[in-house]
Design a protein around this ligand. Structure first.
Ligand SMILES: Nc1ncnc2c1ncn2[C@@H]1O[C@H](COP(=O)(O)OP(=O)(O)OP(=O)(O)O)[C@@H](O)[C@H]1O
Ligand SMILES: [Mg+2]
Length: 365
């Protein structure tokens, strides 16, 4: 059989051909873009562990916004971010007015609108807020909204704090603006604790986590079939199980399995078994090791104190005892780890591992 292109996308920030899950959330945002300029979701913070799908979700939502009369400026939080937002906004505006569908809508020729871009680009013509306001004025004449997405937020970046303070004015001035920010939970909560960005505390907060089994299964099947192969039910459920409901792991399992099934039009259980094994290794190297590097000794001691329960939920009191600490001490770490999406609380007084393969890795090392 002719080999077809591997449809899985195990690389960071890469939007997969079929997005698993997140349907309700995406639906809410589509409504917000098309119906309600005051929808609280238009100022949203996305947080979750590495590889959970934050960047991809923001890119996907930006595309949805673009389909509803918005333009988007997508940047990463790093020095130069403010200028980058200006440039990306100009680019997006210029691209929009060049679209045939937009040209048809407007009777006047507006191609000249952004051609005097030096006015916006040159800092002699006003500070950042002034120059942005000028662009927003023009966009407003055509009811075009501006969505700004800021990825990998860094609470120590001064520009991010300045930006947030200024953005608040755009909102107060009733401009058609939206803001999405995404980052690791520790960074999001550190940013929120900064006094000068208190308005961000009222933003809608979305903690991204596991994707439902059924959604993973559907996405697997669709991705595979659209790319020209098929998969039996047993192989499919084995593949879904191997992902642990984790977005990046789904792409790894799919990618590796596809290679195993290169010469066959049907993906079999044996392909998935080998693919999943390789995917586990990739996941440990790409995610688990990096995640553990970010943790404190106390965090790790807490996770290790969960190991004797062998994957069953651990009682908080047992964990405290195994750590040789008071329950109050253990609770501090519990909160931090839950916030980071590494463990979850299935019921009161208990915790269990949330991130796939974290437990297995700690057992072996
Ligand atoms: N809903 C989804 N369904 C299927 N695959 C997804 C989904 N979301 C993300 N992915 C895949 O998961 C991987 C990680 O996604 P992404 O880069 O968005 O993660 P992230 O949360 O931004 O990670 P980081 O914190 O490291 O930036 C990518 O390979 C992407 O293709
Ligand atoms: Mg990302």
């Amino acid at each position: 059989m002719e080999s077809s292109i591997n449809p899985f996308t195990p690389s960071f920030g890469k939007v997969p051909p079929i997005l698993a899950g997140r349907k309700i959330l995406i639906g809410e945002f589509e409504q917000a873009f098309s119906l309600n300029p005051n929808d609280p979701n238009l100022c949203s913070l996305f947080s979750g562990p590495r590889g959970v799908g934050k960047t991809v979700l923001m890119s996907h939502l930006a595309r949805k916004a673009e389909a509803s009369g918005w333009i988007s400026a997508n940047v990463t939080a790093r020095p130069g971010m403010l200028e980058d937002i200006l440039e990306r906004t100009m680019d997006a505006a210029n691209e929009l007015i060049e679209r045939p569908s937009f040209k048809r809508l407007t009777s006047v020729s507006i191609s000249s609108l952004f051609s005097a871009s030096w006015e916006y680009r040159n800092s002699d013509s006003g500070n950042w807020r002034t120059r942005m306001s000028r662009i927003l004025d023009v966009l407003a004449e055509y009811s075009i909204g501006l969505l700004i997405t800021i990825d990998e937020i860094d609470p120590n970046l001064e520009e991010l704090i300045d930006f947030s303070a200024t953005f608040q004015h755009f909102v107060r001035e009733d401009r058609k603006v939206a803001l999405f920010m995404a980052g690791l939970p520790v960074n999001v909560s550190a940013l929120l604790s900064d006094k000068s960005v208190s308005f961000l505390r009222r933003a809608a907060q979305h903690q991204l986590g596991r994707i439902e089994d059924a959604d993973i299964t559907d996405a697997f099947r669709e991705t595979i079939e659209e790319a020209g192969k098929s998969i039996g039910d047993d192989a499919l459920s084995l593949a879904a199980e191997a992902t642990g409901g984790f977005a990046y792991m789904m792409q790894l399992v799919g990618f590796r399995t596809w290679i195993e099934a290169e010469d066959s039009s049907v993906i079999e259980v044996t392909h998935v078994e080998r693919g999943a094994e390789l995917a586990r290794r990739d996941f440990v190297n790409g995610i688990i090791k990096k995640t553990l590097q970010d943790l404190s000794d106390g965090d790790i001691a807490f996770l290790e104190a969960m190991l004797p329960d062998k994957g069953h939920p651990s009682l908080m009191n047992d964990i405290a005892e195994r750590m040789g600490k008071t329950p109050n001490y253990a609770r501090v770490y519990r909160t931090r780890l839950v916030e980071q999406g590494l463990i979850s609380a299935p019921r009161r007084g208990f915790v269990e591992f949330e991130m796939p393969l974290l437990r297995e890795y700690l057992m072996e090392n």
